[in-house]
Design a protein around this ligand. Structure first.
Ligand SMILES: Nc1ncnc2c1ncn2[C@@H]1O[C@H](COP(=O)(O)OP(=O)(O)O)[C@@H](O)[C@H]1O
Ligand SMILES: [Mg+2]
Length: 273
């Protein structure tokens, strides 16, 4: 297994060669009826980074995610995953790309009628043809990987705490050992301690699994502690992107009030202490 730390990921992020770009969205326009949500938006994600994607509620963060995943139609633009233009890909190529993506949707809780183990096996059943015993073993490994106790595997979502549900959903996103995971507000609704633990887990998994993480979040703690780079959605595009330090220096009004509000200042002081 390849180990990676934040510093190393930062070094990787300095390369701009195509090979280091896992996801490239270029000139993306999405509208519903005549309401334009995204207007020629462009964003790249580099291998091994944890990118925090922020923006006002309703700005279009989830729409962009669904567009990248091919679930929402765009009016224009190009999306390349692992260098492959997904619109020009053959069915087999598309399938291969899909298997390298893991997703935790904003409202995509677990299937309530399935146990945790069965939930984790959903992508395995969809994409792989494995004997049940092997699938049980693989799913159990994922359950352990996200820090759930083994007995949680046989529980139903209604028997789990909020933090455990998010971990189980993360285990499902990791079911196929993806290269990139998309997490849409994974810590919303969690208490601060569970949220911080979840962030730590994401960093640990990135470090140990050579993952790239695209994380939509509102959570300032997450942005300060877990993200290597931040992209801000506003005016239907990526307004600003860069490190937390870049965000703190930005004079863009929304970015300024978000990152330099009282709460953000406290976090910044704590992080630098
Ligand atoms: N399928 C859809 N049809 C029409 N409007 C939509 C659809 N999906 C999202 N929207 C609208 O797009 C805007 C952005 O939504 P969304 O991406 O969910 O925001 P957020 O940044 O909070 O994730 C909202 O105004 C939402 O109502
Ligand atoms: Mg959303």
């Amino acid at each position: 297994m390849k180990l990676r730390n934040r510093k190393k990921a930062g070094a990787v992020a300095d390369h701009t060669g195509e090979g280091d770009i896992v996801l490239s969205a270029h000139d993306i326009t999405v509208s519903f009826a005549d309401k334009v949500i995204l207007d020629k938006l462009s964003l790249d994600i580099r291998r091994g980074e944890i990118l925090g994607f922020v923006g006002a509620s309703g700005a279009g963060k989830s729409v962009l995610l669904r567009t990248i995943l091919g679930l929402t139609r765009k009016q224009s633009g190009t999306i390349k995953l692992f260098g492959l233009d997904i619109e020009k890909a053959s069915e087999v190529e598309r399938l291969r790309v899909d298997m390298r993506l893991g997703v935790l949707f904003q409202h995509g809780a677990l299937f309530s009628a399935l146990t945790v183990l069965e939930n984790v096996q959903v992508p395995m059943r969809e994409y792989l043809d494995l004997p049940k015993k092997l699938m049980d073993e693989l799913a159990m490994l994922k359950v352990e990987l996200v820090g759930l106790p083994p007995d949680a595997a046989h529980k139903f979502p209604s028997e789990l705490s909020g933090g455990m549900i998010k971990r189980a959903a993360l285990a499902r996103a990791l079911a196929l050992d993806p290269d990139i995971v998309f997490l849409d507000e994974p810590t919303s609704g969690l208490d601060p301690i569970s949220a911080a633990e979840f962030d730590e887990l994401v960093v640990k998994l990135r470090d140990t699994m050579d993952l790239t993480v695209y994380m939509v979040t509102h959570d300032l703690d997450t942005l300060f502690t877990a993200c290597d780079r931040v992209a801000v959605l506003g005016n239907k595009k990526v307004l600003v992107e860069g490190t937390i330090d870049d965000m703190l220096k930005s004079e863009e009004p929304w970015v300024k009030s978000y990152f330099r509000g009282k709460r953000a200042r406290q976090l910044d002081l704590a992080a630098r202490a």
